[in-house]
Design a protein around this ligand. Structure first.
Ligand SMILES: Nc1ncnc2c1ncn2[C@@H]1O[C@H](COP(=O)(O)OP(=O)(O)O)[C@@H](O)[C@H]1O
Ligand SMILES: [Mg+2]
Length: 276
């Protein structure tokens, strides 16, 4: 069962194609992570899935319906997106921002309801933003701001959530906190999560399905245990690495070759044992 699929999807800006004839299927109720080098088109692809970018050709199907022929509000009740580096209007408070997440449920007949209130309160609670309700978004630290945006995305209460680099600007503790929160939402409510992550090792811990994007196409897609190899990392990122087994989770863990302490005598051997 697929939450979203694309057929021969071509995306680009002006003359240039960024994604070319892509056939992608995103499994329902799973966590999918897009990986790829800077500028490979991850954000472009994610934005197109939320209909923020019109395809040059091809189609995108969400829950059985072509999104080109679905109303914006209908899409927004099924799918929420947190774009990369979003900017809030100046002076907006956290509560006002999170309330924006409820716009797909409002019209001139349907005013603010108890369900809207509940969704907002709950989203603020799980992201630990309740105490910041009246703070201006632009006065928050990077991590708090990111949590406020995630709260807005959660308030939208959709089956599918797309997040573009949700852990950027966060220290390690807060990265894990956000990813654990998304994991819990996936496990307890079977929400489909699709996100772009730069940290391959965290991607391997959380993803059921990794989509590696390279050269305008999917280089490989599948379970991290199967697809994350030194070869893939080299082809997709141009980086030489050792792939070890994460001692805590048993998932693949990429250790890049680099200059620095590891080249000191006695450690060389470890770097050369490139097996997983
Ligand atoms: N609005 C835009 N107009 C023109 N080119 C763009 C625009 N947004 C992104 N691009 C270009 O498209 C390519 C893919 O960008 P992006 O999807 O942001 O990559 P990623 O998220 O993988 O880093 C890059 O070369 C980028 O410069
Ligand atoms: Mg991006």
């Amino acid at each position: 069962m697929h939450a979203i699929s694309t057929k021969s999807l071509t995306l680009g800006y002006g003359e240039e194609n960024i994604i070319d004839q892509l056939d992608l299927s995103i499994p329902k109720g799973k966590i999918t992570v897009f990986i790829g080098s800077n500028g490979s088109g991850k954000s472009t692809l994610l934005r197109s899935l939320a209909r923020l970018l019109k395809p040059k050709s091809g189609s995108i199907v969400l829950d059985g319906n072509d999104i080109a022929h679905t109303s914006t509000k209908k899409i927004a009740r099924k799918l929420a997106i947190l774009p990369q580096s979003p900017v809030a209007p100046e002076g907006l408070t956290v509560l006002q921002l999170v309330k924006q997440g409820r716009y797909p449920y409002q019209n001139w007949l349907q005013q603010w309801s108890e369900k809207d209130e509940e969704a907002v309160v709950n989203a603020m609670k799980v992201t630990r933003m309740s105490e910041f309700a009246d703070r201006k978004v632009d006065s928050l630290s990077g991590g708090q701001r990111q949590r406020a945006w995630i709260a807005m995305t959660l308030a939208q209460d959709t089956e599918t959530i797309l997040l573009d680099e949700p852990t950027t600007y966060l220290d390690m503790t807060h990265q894990i906190e956000i990813l654990d929160l998304l994991y819990d939402l996936n496990q307890s409510e079977e929400r489909t999560i699709v996100m772009v992550l730069h940290d391959i090792n965290l991607a391997c811990r959380y993803a059921d399905n990794i989509v590696a994007i390279h050269d305008k196409k999917i280089y490989k897609q599948g379970d991290p245990d199967t697809i994350i190899t030194p070869d893939l990392i080299h082809s997709v990122f141009g980086l030489q690495c050792h792939v070890a087994c994460d001692p805590l989770c048993g998932t693949p863990m990429c250790i890049p070759f680099s200059k620095g302490k590891h080249l000191r005598a006695g450690r060389q051997q470890v770097n050369e044992a490139n097996s997983y």
